[in-house]
Design a protein around this ligand. Structure first.
Ligand code: COI
Length: 372
């Protein structure tokens, strides 16, 4: 058990009415499920929830049994996709305490996504309180194995039964939790990326910077194409010119030059402002490395991989953490990144980030917050 006392619940978390399921999984079943959880397949016993109506605002904060939702077939989300989500993790430290990483940043991005999708903004204290209340209730589900964590998925959807096209007047906010290991089935190994040249994820003025289901729906056909080409992820180019790297289907992308300089696509309004992206930039800069955020032409990356001026490429995101990219392919090219193995800068920044997240080193940035 933890060597120090768990913190008191905050008043934001205490606002949630805890309605425990009378049929939680027992210790034996939970232990079996926690053994090697594949990403996003196992869920804890409970979920946090708040209901919103245009007339009543946010109400009925509760933690209840994880289970199916009751949804009218006319619910607006099923027709017009008015939905947003977030992804963050709770980490178990060696002393058994449980911590989140930069949850305030996720709360702020959730509010920004809500604005773009004309959904009501959830106050940050409700976002943070829901995470805290759920993790405190399901603390036994936070795994302690190497590279494991409890993935938290807050989301909000238009629940109003109405087929007119306008912002919904009834909305549900929920958080579900899933014990996870590495995102890719291969574990932490270099992955192959397919560059989509016929499809775009987002365009200027669109929803690219928002974390909404529609962006991910738009990525699925090219993602399927990527699988057919033997690649794990798809990389999108900008819709305006079809020449500049944007992001992968579910993660941001970084290049490491042979000179040591790191580059990543600038936040143009069409890519997601990744929390891991900004953390990686901060860690690299703190280590004295130059990091440039700018437009990166695909042609420059292809040339760089051929002449060796690009030494490493990696992806990053909450789910992916920092994942090395070993191969980049498209309709008329197929290139190996360096020697195809994990590069030293990629490995170092991954280690630095996870050392902080798992409490193996002090947290100089104040990114970690103890929950349990
Ligand atoms: C995350 O990294 O949390 C994501 O949202 C990526 C993906 C699993 C959708």
């Amino acid at each position: 058990m933890s060597t120090t006392h768990a913190p008191e619940l905050s008043s934001a978390a205490a606002a949630f009415d805890i309605r425990r399921t009378d049929a939680p999984r027992d210790d034996v079943e939970r232990a079996a499920l926690l053994e090697s959880p594949a990403f996003g397949t196992v869920f804890t016993d409970h979920m946090a929830r708040i209901t919103w109506t245009a007339d009543g605002g946010w109400q009925d904060r509760r933690v209840e049994k994880h289970g199916p939702l009751l949804l009218d077939p006319a619910a607006a989300v099923l027709h017009y996709g008015q939905e947003i989500f977030e992804g963050l993790k709770a980490y178990r430290h060696a002393d058994a305490s449980v911590w989140t990483f930069r949850a305030h940043a996720n709360a702020a991005r959730f509010a920004a996504s809500a604005r773009r999708l004309a959904l009501p903004e959830l106050p940050a204290e409700d976002f943070l309180g829901s995470i805290e209340a759920l993790v405190a209730t399901d603390a036994a589900w936070v795994p302690d194995g190497d590279e494991t964590s409890l993935y938290l998925r807050p989301f909000m959807y238009a629940s109003e039964s109405f087929l007119g096209v306008r912002p919904a007047r009834a909305v549900e906010y929920l958080v579900i939790a899933s014990p996870v290991g590495p995102y890719f089935a291969s574990g932490v190994h270099p992955v192959a990326i397919w560059v989509a040249e016929d499809f775009h994820r987002a365009g200027p003025g669109g929803t690219g910077a928002a974390k909404c289901g529609g962006n991910y729906a738009a990525s699925l056909l090219p993602q399927q194409e990527a699988y057919e080409k033997g690649c794990e992820q798809v990389c999108f180019l900008d819709a305006a010119t079809n020449t500049q790297l944007e992001e992968l289907g579910g993660m941001n992308v970084f290049l490491v030059g042979a000179s040591g300089t790191v580059t990543t696509p600038a936040l143009s309004g069409t890519i997601l402002e990744g929390v891991t992206r900004s953390s990686v930039i901060a860690l690299l800069r703190a280590a004295g490395r130059e990091v440039v955020e700018r437009s990166i032409p695909l042609a420059e990356l292809r040339t760089g991989l051929q002449d060796g001026s690009v030494a490493e490429v990696f992806a990053c995101g909450t789910a992916a953490v920092v994942t090395p990219i070993g191969r980049l392919a498209g309709e008329d090219f197929d290139l190996t990144v360096g020697d195809g193995a994990t590069g030293t800068v990629t490995a170092a920044v991954r280690r630095e980030l996870t050392d902080i997240q798992y409490g193996r080193v002090p947290d100089p940035h104040g990114w970690m917050h103890r929950l349990v």
